[in-house]
Design a protein around this ligand. Sequence first.
Ligand code: F6R
Ligand code: MG
Ligand code: MG
Length: 404
Amino acid sequence: MRILTLLHTYIVHMVLGLSGRTTTISVIKADIGSLVGHHRVHPDTILAASRVLAEAKRNGIIKSFYVTNAGDDLQLIMAHFKGVDNPEVHEVAWNAFKEATKVAKELGLYAAGQDLLSDAFSGNVRGLGPGVAEMEFVERPSEPIVIFMADKTEPGAFNLPLFRIFADPFNTAGLVIDPRLHNGFTFEILDVYEGKAVELNAPDEMYDILALIGTPGRYVIKRVYRRPDREIAAVVSSERLSLIAGRYVGKDDPVMIVRAQSGFPAVGEILEAFSFPHLVAGWMRGSHYGPLMPVSLRDSKVTRFDGPPRVVALGFQVKNGELIGPADLFDDPAFDETRRLAQIIADYMRRHGPFMPHRLGPEEMEYTTLPEVLRKLAPRFKPVELGYKPIVRRSEELTGAQHD
Ligand code: F6R
Ligand code: MG
Ligand code: MG
């Protein structure tokens, strides 16, 4: 799989020599503090980050950029010619977050610097706290992309819509009637607990794909490629903060880049997958299931019970590394009914209070403060006669993890 990816990169670079350079889109985000609790990013921090990116543009490190927010997450959208995982581009992002954090601290914003888990930058922001989604491609004559940014949820929240976009003909008509989509797509699925990945093809291995991605807390769709030419179609940030820090530091609030049209799903097919406000993990204290509500940038902020979880979609045309746009794609009455349904679901779920399945299950709660409560109560548990010997299965056995 890795070899195939390297081979594809090599071929892209060969073609690049003949037909022009590749463009890379990097979306890098972090919660560096917000205005009134975890509600939304402060405009002054957007300004501070924009200054750093403007300088990087003047210095030729990036070609263009757009800085925005998804709720309390500061979002850096950059286009450049330096490829994915580029140390210079990552350093620019890191410096932007550092500068924005300074402002956040001056203003006393809440949880200033929250997602910057380390002080030491060494060439790549991955593993240091920020979320990263990057893709590199040779620009088509017209290159539409959609960038999704979610708040108060986790990377696996994109599993369901990604499946619908790239594997479900009831969502994406092109899978059936456009010959360029008819061969299906390859899903690269990451096991975020074990640090392993597997590639599975749709439609042939659709049921295997669903067997994994139906557990979105563990199996996360990382990339999607078109078959058979392995053109990159989508990429998701897969960082899970609690798994990096080993303790609760908020949810991971993922971002995703999707290419559209002319051999990829149409923009409308991509957006259609968000017309169902499916339940995702996150919301209050990263510990509750709630509906994912598609909203405009204007409504990119969280209120009720620190939510409900939201997703923004910005469309850009990419031309010679310039980001033309954005189009605020959920800013449309066509999504009003989805939002209304999300409100009804939010009400219904909230009425469960601290009960599952509103509150997450014990495996997911492991990284919050619940273990402290359980530890405190442990000495007060006394043995009782059940009349049978219970078979206790460890949660990792239930989820199939291999431990020695
Ligand atoms: C969820 C989130 C918020 C906080 C909540 C408590 O990702 O960021 O729901 O968990 O507001 O925050 P603290 O513990 O900082 O008071
Ligand atoms: Mg926050
Ligand atoms: Mg957030």
